[in-house]
Ligand binder design. Structure first.
Ligand code: 2AM
Ligand code: CA
Ligand code: CA
Ligand code: CA
Length: 264
């Protein structure tokens, strides 16, 4: 695949898509609808951005497949050739309620190998990007977070509310042992917090391919631990749990909490 050309176009389209979102916010005429219930929303902007990418990809790369959240035409279960995995708006609830703390998330795979990844925090104007082999960048500044490998006691964790509220696998107890726990409600940016070292671990459940594709590629690039909660390998095209963390935090969460709870 022509990595440089894909990178150039992906960046161009992300910025254009961000402009469309900002214009929609300014005009404030977009439609909001419920999918499975009042906490599971989609807006006409999510659909518009997905369509925008679908049209561009079909025009410039007709052999590439698109996996994305909002249109059944974009549901594929196997990697074949080049696959773009897109969340047109990750954090739709934040988008609707806050007009902030949402992102466009895009991971590009050749067969099942991650090659390029982007998370665009539209409100802050920050682009997290990665060409595999070249490192991870935030607004073209290289991320150098790997020197940091804190203990759980010195770490900041991000967990989703369901895990905290139910003390799932005693992970809320792990949160008490950590310095603090945060919760942003946008999986891609929660992964980016770990990627840049603002947080040391993020744990969530029931995440879909488009929630994790970009963050997964970047985590692998930085040698961070990125697994399901039980420590197993992730197939990005399957829905499931996520535990991304620096090495010691991942190990401590696994041995002192997750595995112990399963045995008991
Ligand atoms: P979304 O905004 O694209 O739906 C919210 O905690 C985070 O989890 C968001 O990144 C959200 O993505 C994701 N998520 C995945 N499945 C979800 C679901 N069924 N309901 C709400 N959020 C979901
Ligand atoms: Ca959704
Ligand atoms: Ca999402
Ligand atoms: Ca989404």
């Amino acid at each position: 695949m022509n990595t440089k050309e894909i990178d150039r176009l992906a960046r161009e389209w992300l910025l254009e898509a961000g402009g469309i979102i900002k214009q929609e916010v300014a005009e404030c005429k977009y439609q909001i609808s419920e999918k499975t219930g009042p906490s599971d929303l989609v807006t006409s902007v999510d659909k518009k951005i997905e369509k925008f990418f679908a049209k561009k990809i079909a025009e410039f790369f007709p052999t590439h497949q698109l996996v994305a959240e909002e249109d059944d035409a974009h549901k594929f279960s196997t990697f074949k050739g080049v696959t773009w995995i897109l969340d047109p708006i990750d954090g739709t609830l934040n988008f609707v309620q806050q007009q902030a703390n949402y992102a466009i998330s895009l991971g590009i795979f050749e067969e099942n190998h991650g090659q390029l990844a982007y998370v665009f925090d539209v409100e802050r104007g920050s682009v997290y990007s990665c060409i595999v082999g070249e490192g991870v960048f935030v607004d073209n500044v290289k991320v150098e977070r790997l020197r940091v490998d804190p203990s759980l006691e010195e770490s900041l964790l991000i967990m989703n509310f369901g895990i905290i509220a139910s003390n799932y696998l005693n992970l809320a107890d792990a949160g008490r042992r950590a310095r603090a726990v945060r919760l942003y409600g946008v999986a891609s940016l929660e992964m980016m917090a770990v990627i840049v070292g603002q947080a040391d671990g993020y744990i969530s459940r029931s995440l879909m391919p488009w929630d994790i594709a970009a963050g997964y590629i970047m985590a692998k690039e930085l040698n961070l631990e990125v697994t399901r909660i039980d420590g197993s390998e992730i197939n990005v095209l399957e829905t499931g749990s996520l535990m991304i963390a620096s090495k010691e935090v991942h190990q401590t969460l696994s041995t002192d909490y997750i595995k112990k709870t399963e045995i008991n």
